[in-house]
Design a protein around this ligand. Structure first.
Ligand code: AHR
Length: 497
């Protein structure tokens, strides 16, 4: 099928905030314990308790920001239980996630050390559901106050002389559900109260994030914006791509049908409508777009892998996940005037993870490879594009077959990310390069593709899916012709001088 794309390389649509490439780490299943934290005495090579293989792989992604400690876990986390000598830390029950013992060995110091090692910004989720105003206020004081105070003294006693820089702070998580089952009116008032005591100390200026809606809960967005917008820097949105029914059968991560492939793509595209409509509500109270929309939980959510703890939400990751990642990131780019951050759930061993581990083994998922290929868009200028082409159809339903983003980085290189979501049709794409500053002097490409619907990497065969050089393109004048195989994610790099 033929598809026509025009890239207006002289027409910038603003910067793509690199924080869109953020991640989310939660005390859930094997995300923190085993996935990230193995402890200093582990036979698995580690840096101050953080496993080296995972650390090195994550460094490669240039992760801009990492959210912690939840999720639902955040609103029952009491940070004071997770500081001080680890042998004295309280053990608690992780009631949300499998009822397992949480020994609090990974706490504030360990998380902020992880962020230092990854060279990324921390994003802390504070506890509104079961925590007090004082507890939240003291956490900020503990982390960021450089002076004489009880919390600063306690931090120093625990081995950290200087405060950390902590910019991003969420005031509650999913307070419409696991974070307290609140009504938006009630949460809006609590938000106003809690955020009052989230103080800026010295040069540390906190960027306050209010708990926003689930999926299409437009009333939540309307109410919280109306009642609390002057007190926030951003508001969150959560949306997961679930091919089946959330409460009964979400669908399997592997071994699914062509119909489930199509439904997954269609549901992933729903993100566009959600952002558009929530943004329109935000516009009423914030027409100048001072307040950011942060999609701090997104990704695929399938049934857990057979035989694994249902409370651990462990799922495999296939080429289908790669397409969901590519499509969704392209949607975020498109909304770069409002979407300032996003955090895929969860970084290791849970939902749409970039890394899976089993004992000392580790594998990179297809989603990892998309984040790696796409990182060229971080902080780049988005270029205006226009696309038209045949739709991808199944059982009378249609969605666009190709999704595209073009951006220019600081070195002047143009990157074009393309997803062909069809499971059967190649797409013959012609890309007209308008407004280039000079003649094209080089084009290279990378592609992640597979001939099978659920191709994935396993611990036995970790490299079934990985990017390969893409060469089936041809430049004629200012038109680039490329053949994109079905189920593929491609990134092109164009140099013009
Ligand atoms: O990602 C799993 C859970 O989904 C998170 O803990 C929660 O915030 C959401 O409901």
């Amino acid at each position: 099928m033929s598809h026509v794309i025009t890239i207006h390389s002289d027409l910038s649509k603003g910067k793509i905030n690199r924080n869109i490439y953020g991640h989310f780490s939660e005390h859930l299943g094997r995300c923190i314990y085993e996935g990230i934290w193995v402890g200093e005495d582990s036979p698995i090579p580690n840096t101050e308790g953080i496993r080296n293989d995972v650390l090195e792989a994550l460094k490669q992604l240039n992760i801009p920001v990492l959210r912690w400690p939840g999720g639902c876990f955040a609103d029952e986390y009491h940070w004071k239980d997770g500081v001080g000598p680890s042998e004295n830390r309280k053990q608690m029950v992780n009631t949300h996630w499998g009822g397992v013992v949480e020994n609090n060995h990974f706490g504030t110091h360990e998380f902020l050390r992880l962020c230092e090692l990854l060279d990324c910004e921390p994003y802390i989720s504070g506890n509104v559901g079961s925590g007090t105003v004082q507890e939240m206020s003291e956490w900020v004081e503990y982390m960021t106050f450089d002076g004489v105070s009880p919390m600063a003294a306690w931090r120093q006693e625990n081995g950290r002389e200087k405060p950390w820089n902590v910019k991003y702070f969420g005031v509650g998580n999913e307070n419409w559900g696991c974070g307290g089952n609140m009504r938006p009116e009630y949460y809006a008032d609590l938000y106003r109260r809690y955020q009052t005591y989230v103080r800026n100390y010295g040069d540390n200026k906190i960027y306050k994030i209010a708990c926003g809606p689930n999926v299409d809960d437009y009333r939540w967005m309307e109410t919280v914006m109306r009642e609390a917008h002057p007190f926030m820097d951003a508001i969150s949105l959560h949306y997961y791509t679930v091919p089946g029914e959330f409460w009964t059968s979400k669908g399997a991560a592997t071994g699914f049908s062509e119909q489930e492939w199509f439904t997954t793509m269609k549901k992933a595209l729903h993100m566009d409508e959600l952002i558009t409509r929530h943004s329109a509500i935000m516009d009423q109270y914030d027409p100048n777009k001072r307040i950011g929309l942060i999609v701090d939980e997104w990704g695929t959510w399938f049934d857990v892998e057979p035989g694994t703890n249902p409370g651990f939400l462990y799922q495999q990751n296939t080429i289908r996940d790669a397409l969901v990642a590519g499509l969704t990131l392209n949607i975020f780019h498109e909304h770069n005037d409002r979407v300032v951050m996003a955090n895929i759930a969860q970084i290791v061993n849970v939902l749409q993870s970039v890394i899976l581990t089993e004992g000392e083994k580790m594998l990179l998922t297809p989603t990892y490879h998309v984040f790696d290929m796409y990182k060229v868009h971080q902080d780049a200028e988005r270029l205006a594009t226009h696309y038209s082409g045949a739709d991808y159809e199944m059982d009378g339903e249609k969605i666009p077959q190709v999704s595209v983003t073009a951006s220019r980085d600081q070195a002047g290189k143009i990157h074009v990310s393309l997803c062909n979501v069809s499971h059967v049709e190649q797409s013959d794409v012609s890309i007209q390069l308008r407004g280039l500053s000079g003649a094209v002097s080089g084009i290279t490409g990378q592609q992640l593709a597979s001939g099978s619907l659920d191709a994935h990497n396993t611990f036995e065969s970790p490299d079934v899916l990985k990017p390969t050089p893409f060469e089936t393109f041809e430049l004629q004048g200012d038109v680039l012709y490329a053949k994109l195989p079905p189920m593929s994610v491609t990134v092109l790099e164009i140099t013009a001088e």
